[in-house]
Ligand binder design. Structure first.
Ligand code: DMJ
Length: 623
């Protein structure tokens, strides 16, 4: 708006100068006003070459009633899966759908029941919910077997399920069990730093695990424990959550340019820098998610979490995003060892990241960070000068909200194409992107960009800089719609015909019923209103129905590109907690879980946004 005011002022200035009837008095006045306006403009917005590109929002022709029918189909899918679990596997952990068998792979307390509670509540499945309660009541979290339980998985699935089940139903049993469970898990925090150990004996309340631990496993319980503190008033839970937040805040991140590395020492509470890896995929993913979500869940109270979120997302945008050589697919990868070289592996697990960026771009005033008392210099303090320079360039040349959204759009599209490229319509778990175009392949011409730059093997941000400096014409690199590239049988076996490369090779060929892509497609649709994302979710759901439905439930695929695909024998509990929930929410017209009122934990269990009261602040020692 100020930019428009500025343009109008310059126009007025030009008119004044050209109007011969006006004397110098007026000219002086106009020039003075212009100076003041310009100063105001530069202070508020910074440099004048900030890029901002208007975006188009696609509306699909699918009528609302059809979306409701699609949501109903997902509900039926959930019922089919859950009834199969009840019939063949309850109260054990998970169903083995190909053999009508069962498995106890997550403590043997019936993880599928806990993970399903809030999905049932959202889908109005009262009978299933009522049948689940007695099974939950019977769980004894401190029984002698299993001897040790994994802290991270137990927290996100069991504790998360109990807490959101309570938040959505008010059923006191669920809160009581949540308290019992967290008391049983207390031994996990028995480290010098307060960062949790990998596993814990709930009977002996004793933690166990290596001193060197994965980021995701030490920093993905803060939402659950802060929420529990809010519900119970118990300071121990609050301390558990905040010890982790403060450790991340005070860690020395100079070796990784402000980014949280994947390995940490739980004794010192510092990053383990012997073999550095930075990533938003396996071993790191949910820790990044929780930075933004902590800030949102506590009604934007904890500025440190927000600063860390901004710092790490800016790091990812400038360092971990790349374009594939021919199709210019935008992807996120990880960097290894002291040279911090990209592995070019693109994981399904990383596909939560575009949704996170979209959520942040919707919920935060990214282009007016000064409103939150955050400056560019605060985000780079303590970092080496070359890194500072990079951040400075990033933060001032671009509208930060646009930048996050472009990254979200490009990544969400690549995540979707991993599915759409396969005949089965199901995406593999990991691919490795090509560095250079394959021999014989022609340069892919993007139909909507209308132009194709030579972006080389550098980062996306470098390509973006080239695009900006050459006039920023067309869509930013990697963001425009691209068509799928499906291989025929011969290409699948012997490699693509010339000019038909997908730009990647499959590294892990299974689709494990994972939610990340569907989670991002849901968030992209809800936060931008663009229905392309919703239609893509529908296409994936149809593939799941066609390829993975069994007589007892749904199963994973071992190889997504075989024709017919090769099936595995597993129905993970996150399929009930996350995959089907995000699908259902994508097709319901009503916004059942408004993103300004609820925050999803990393297992898609929604917690309600809350404020700390004055009494709680005093009790917990919050400023
Ligand atoms: C889920 O259990 C959680 O989303 C976790 O954070 C990582 N991914 C799995 C499912 O893929």
């Amino acid at each position: 708006m100020l930019a428009t005011t500025f343009n109008r002022a310059s126009e007025a200035f030009r008119n004044v100068v050209s109007n011969k009837r006006l004397g110098f008095r007026y000219l002086g006045f106009a020039a003075g006003s212009l100076m003041v306006l310009y100063m105001l403009y530069s202070i508020t917005l910074g440099p004048t070459d900030v890029l901002s590109i208007p975006r188009e929002v696609f509306k699909s022709s699918t009528p609302p009633a059809v979306w409701e029918m699609r949501a109903e189909e997902v509900k039926q899918a959930f019922l089919h899966a859950y009834h199969g679990y009840e019939k063949y596997a309850a109260p054990h952990d998970e169903l083995l759908p190909m053999s009508a068998g069962l498995i106890d792979n997550f403590n043997g307390w019936g993880v599928s029941i806990y993970d399903s509670l809030d999905t049932m509540l959202l889908m109005d499945l009262e009978d299933e919910f009522k049948r689940a309660l007695p099974m939950i009541e019977r769980t004894n979290f401190t029984a002698a077997t299993p001897e040790y339980v994994p802290f991270f998985e137990t927290t996100i699935r069991y504790l998360g399920g109990l807490l959101s089940g309570y938040a959505m139903s008010g059923e006191k049993l669920l809160l009581n069990q949540a308290e019992d469970l967290s008391a049983a898990l207390a031994g996990a925090f028995d480290t010098a730093s307060g960062l949790p150990l990998f596993s814990v004996s709930t009977a002996a309340q004793r933690g166990k695990g290596s001193e060197i631990a994965a980021l995701a496993e030490i920093a993905s319980c803060q939402l659950e424990y802060a929420y529990l503190a809010k519900l119970t008033g118990n300071k121990d839970y609050f301390d558990s959550a905040y010890t982790i937040i403060r450790a991340l805040e005070n860690a020395d991140l100079s070796k990784t340019g402000g980014m949280l590395p994947t390995k940490w020492n739980v004794t010192s509470g510092q990053p383990w820098n012997n073999m550095i890896q930075v990533s938003v995929g396996a071993a790191a993913d949910s820790a990044h998610e929780y930075l933004l979500k902590q800030y949102l869940m506590e009604a934007r109270h904890d500025k440190a979490s927000l600063e860390l979120y901004l710092r790490t997302t800016n790091y990812v945008i400038t360092n971990l995003l790349y374009l594939s050589p021919s199709r210019h697919l935008l992807y996120v990868t990880d960097l290894h060892s002291s040279s911090l070289k990209p592995s070019r592996i693109f994981e399904h697990l990383s596909c939560f990241f575009p949704g996170l960026l979209a959520l942040g771009a919707q919920q935060l005033p990214l282009d007016r960070l000064s409103d939150l008392g955050i400056s560019a210099s605060a985000l780079v303090s303590g970092l080496p000068p070359d890194v500072k320079q990079k951040y400075y360039t990033l933060l001032t040349k671009y509208n930060l909200r646009d930048l996050h959204l472009w990254a979200a759009e490009g990544l969400a599209q690549s995540c979707w194409l991993m599915y759409a490229d396969q005949k089965s319509g199901l995406g593999p778990d990991e691919v490795v992107m090509d560095i250079a175009p394959r021999a014989g392949s022609e340069v892919y011409q993007d139909p909507t960009d209308g132009r194709e730059g030579d972006y080389g093997a550098g980062t996306w941000f470098e390509a973006l800089e080239k695009w900006r400096k050459s006039g920023a014409k067309g869509a930013p690199p990697g963001t425009a719609d691209r068509p799928p590239v499906t291989y025929d049988e011969n290409e699948q076996r012997n490699g693509p015909r010339p000019g038909h490369s997908r730009d990647y090779a499959t590294r892990r060929s299974g689709y494990l019923l994972r939610p990340e892509t569907l989670e991002s497609l849901y968030l992209m649709w809800r936060t931008t209103g663009d229905e392309r994302w919703r239609e893509r979710s529908w296409a994936i759901f149809q593939s799941i129905e066609r390829e993975l439905k069994t007589t007892t439930g749904y199963t994973i695929a071992k190889v997504v590109y075989n024709d017919p695909i090769t099936l595995g024998n597993s129905m993970p509990s996150y399929f009930l907690a996350e995959t089907l929930k995000y699908l259902y929410l994508s097709f319901k017209n009503e916004d059942l879980v408004p993103l300004n009122k609820w925050v999803f934990n990393t297992e898609a269990h929604p917690f309600e946004v809350f404020n700390w009261t004055t009494a709680e602040r005093k009790k917990f020692g919050l400023s």
